[in-house]
Design a protein around this ligand. Structure first.
Ligand SMILES: C[S@@+](CC[C@H](N)C(=O)[O-])C[C@H]1O[C@@H](n2cnc3c(N)ncnc32)[C@H](O)[C@@H]1O
Length: 315
């Protein structure tokens, strides 16, 4: 683990610092400024809510990007028995966070490093927490989606992630909040989806007859669409959805002698899917195992979205 010198910060951080400085200046009585890097705290009741929404527990490894005084990871360790680390560019905040962890008796499970969040290895996380800015969220989004394992939960204070629809969002009272006028906080929650873009293939044997199926999936975050083709007949994917590794989709294919509705559910493991197919034809339902393999991989659409423009104002 290497330290990143303060001077190595990137242009986005300067913008972050400027906007945070403006936010902090808006509430000078309460906002704390540790000098070089302005920072805004998440109120403790919002920290508690974020960890509750992500269902953080003793098996979790939590990473906070831009960890401030360490409250997110310290609370995750102290109240929920988790482990984790935080990173921040401000070495005084990092020192404060490590002191706070020691005071709370969780220094063995909550550790803080002076490091740039963009250069942080986050692959170990089962839960990620962030309180950054809208454009920083968008800049960090590709890293979250490409580095984190499917099923990893992400919770963000106040800002969303653009086109990535959250699984849950709420507004709550935030007494003592140091920015804004209404003492309210927003919380957003996502689950990192498995990557299913590309072409998948499987067979179904019914009444002694084996049928080949191809699924061509175009993925945008946790949703995907495309077509299922079997023996020259095709059906549009309906409700293609990923909840971490869990995949569900349905389609209707008319083979000339009548329409069959296929409902698929299973788990994605790399280039394999294992699950079940439920088929409904002429009012009769049957089930069969579903074992599919990916024969062609493609990049999900969400990985080629344009980066945010530098001067997007905070929403
Ligand atoms: C809004 S504060 C959030 C602090 C804490 N996570 C909380 O919720 O109370 C954002 C923090 O991110 C840090 N930060 C900003 N850009 C960073 C970067 N590129 N790498 C690491 N930390 C960064 C700032 O120093 C600041 O402490």
């Amino acid at each position: 683990m290497h330290n990143v010198p303060i001077t190595a910060r990137r242009a986005p951080l300067r913008r972050t610092a400027l906007i945070l400085a403006a936010l902090a200046a808006a509430a000078p009585a309460i906002a704390e400024d540790f000098g070089d890097t302005p920072y805004v705290q998440t109120p403790q009741n919002v920290v508690d809510k974020m960890l509750e929404i992500a269902k953080v527990g003793p098996r979790d490894f939590v990473i906070d990007l831009g960890s401030g005084d360490g409250r997110m990871i310290i609370t995750a360790a102290k109240k929920r028995g988790a482990r984790g680390f935080g990173v921040d560019l401000d070495r005084r905040l990092v020192a404060l966070a490590n002191r706070n962890a020691a005071k709370a008796g969780v220094a063995d499970r909550a550790v803080f490093y002076e490091r740039d969040l963009y250069k942080t290895d986050i692959r170990r996380a089962t839960v990620m927490t962030i309180y950054l800015l809208p454009e920083v969220n968008l800049m960090v989004r590709p890293k979250l989606l490409s580095s984190l394992r499917p099923g990893t939960r992400i919770v963000s204070h106040d800002y969303d992630m653009g086109e990535w629809t959250p699984e849950l969002s709420l507004v709550m009272d935030a007494p003592g909040k140091t920015v804004g006028r209404d003492m309210k906080s927003k919380v957003f929650y996502w689950v990192v989806p498995a990557t299913v873009s590309g072409t998948w293939r499987w067979q179904v044997t019914r009444s002694g007859r084996t049928q080949d199926f191809d699924l061509a999936a175009e993925q945008m975050f946790q949703n995907f669409d495309g077509t299922v083709v079997s023996e020259g007949r095709s059906g549009k994917i309906e409700g293609g959805k990923l909840a971490g590794n869990r995949i569900t989709l349905a389609t209707m294919i008319d083979d000339g002698g009548g329409a069959t509705r296929y409902e698929f559910s299973g788990r994605v493991a790399g280039d394999r899917i294992k699950g079940e197919i439920r088929m409904v034809r002429n009012g009769e339902t049957s089930k069969t195992p579903w074992v599919a393999r990916r024969v062609e991989k493609r990049q999900p659409r969400h990985m080629s979205l344009p980066p945010p423009t530098p001067f997007d104002p905070p929403r």
